[in-house]
Write a protein that binds this ligand. Sequence first.
Ligand code: XIL
Length: 342
Amino acid sequence: EDIPSLAETYIDYFPIGAAIEPFQTTGLISDLLKKHVNWLVAENVMKPDALQPSEGNFTWENADRIVEFAKANDMELRFHTLVWHSQVSDWFFIDLDGKPMIDETDPEKREANKQLLLERLDNHVRTIVERYKDDIISWDVVNEVIEPGTPDGMRESEWYQITGTDFIETAFRAAREAGGPDIKLYINDYGTDNPVKRDRLYELVKKMLDKGVPIDGVGHQTHIDIHGPSVSSIIESMKLFSELGLDNLVTELDMSLYSWNDRSDFGDDIPEEVLMKQAERYQELFEAFREHKDILSGVVFWGIADSHTWLHSFPVNRTNAPLLFDHQLHAKPAFWAVVDPS
Ligand code: XIL
C-alpha cells in the first residue's frame, strides 16, 4: 500500500511512537511499525513484574528483543515503567517474616519495612537503568500515583501505604544517579486533563521539584474516547506543566469507540459514522498538537493497529478500534485525518 509515512509527515513537529509486544518485532506488523513510527515503547515487558519476577532474579530476554529491534531500525525507545501499583510482583511488599508489610502495626517494624521496601526499589531502579541507559533516553519512572478522590490526592497503593511519597523520591533520585544527567525522567498518568486530578498532580510535582527531586516531564497517557475529554482540556494541562519548566509527552494515545463506563459492544460491524467521528476527533487533536509542538515533545500510541489493543479486554471484553490502522493493518479514516488534515 503506497501511503505516506506517519512519522515522516510529522518530522517537523514531534516523533511518533507505538507500544509493542516482542512478537510484533517480526512479520507484517513490524513492517507497519518500521514505516510509520520512529519511537517505540514496550507494552508490558519492561514492567516491574516482567523484569524482576522474584527478588534478585532479573529477566531481560523479552525486553532485550524490543531494544534490539529499536536499534536495528534506528528507532528511539521509551521505558515503561520503573514503578507501578499494578503488574508488580508481591515479593516487594512481603517483610522478612513472610508477612504483608501493610498488615504491620508495630511502628518500629513499620519503619524497618519501609526502609526495606525503599532499598528493594532503589536496587530495582538502578539495575534496570544501568543496563539500558545507553539505549533509552526517555523513562517513565512512576506510573499512576495520583487519585483525585483521596484526602491528599495520592493513590493508596502499597507503595504509598508503606512509604508515603518517599517511593517517588527514591525512584527518581536512583534513576538520575544511575542514568546520569542526559536521561529524561517522567511522571506518567491518565486523566491529566481532569482539572481536579491535574491540580493534584501539579501539587505533587511542585513539592517534589522544590525538594530537588529530578523530574523532567509529565507523561500524559491520553486514553481518550470518541466522546471526550475536550481537546482544549488536554492542551490546558500541558500548558500548566510547561509553565513549571517541565516537558510534556503523550505516552499512551488511543481513542476508544465507547465511554469507559459504557458497556456496549458494536461486535463485528462498527458503524461507518462512528469511524468518521473518530477521524474528526483525531484531526482536531493532532491539529492542536501541531499548534503546540513547542510544549509537546512526542506522541506515542498505545499500539499501532486495531488487531492488537488492550481495549479488546479493558474495561470489558468487546470489539474496539482505537488506533489509526484497522484489523487488516489498513489505514482508517483516522489515519488520513492525521496525515492529511485538509
Ligand atoms: C496495559 C497493557 O496494554 C495490557 O496488555 C496489560 O494487560 C495491562 O496494561 N495504562 C498503562 C499501561 O500505563 O501500562 C496499560 O497497559 C494501559 C493503561
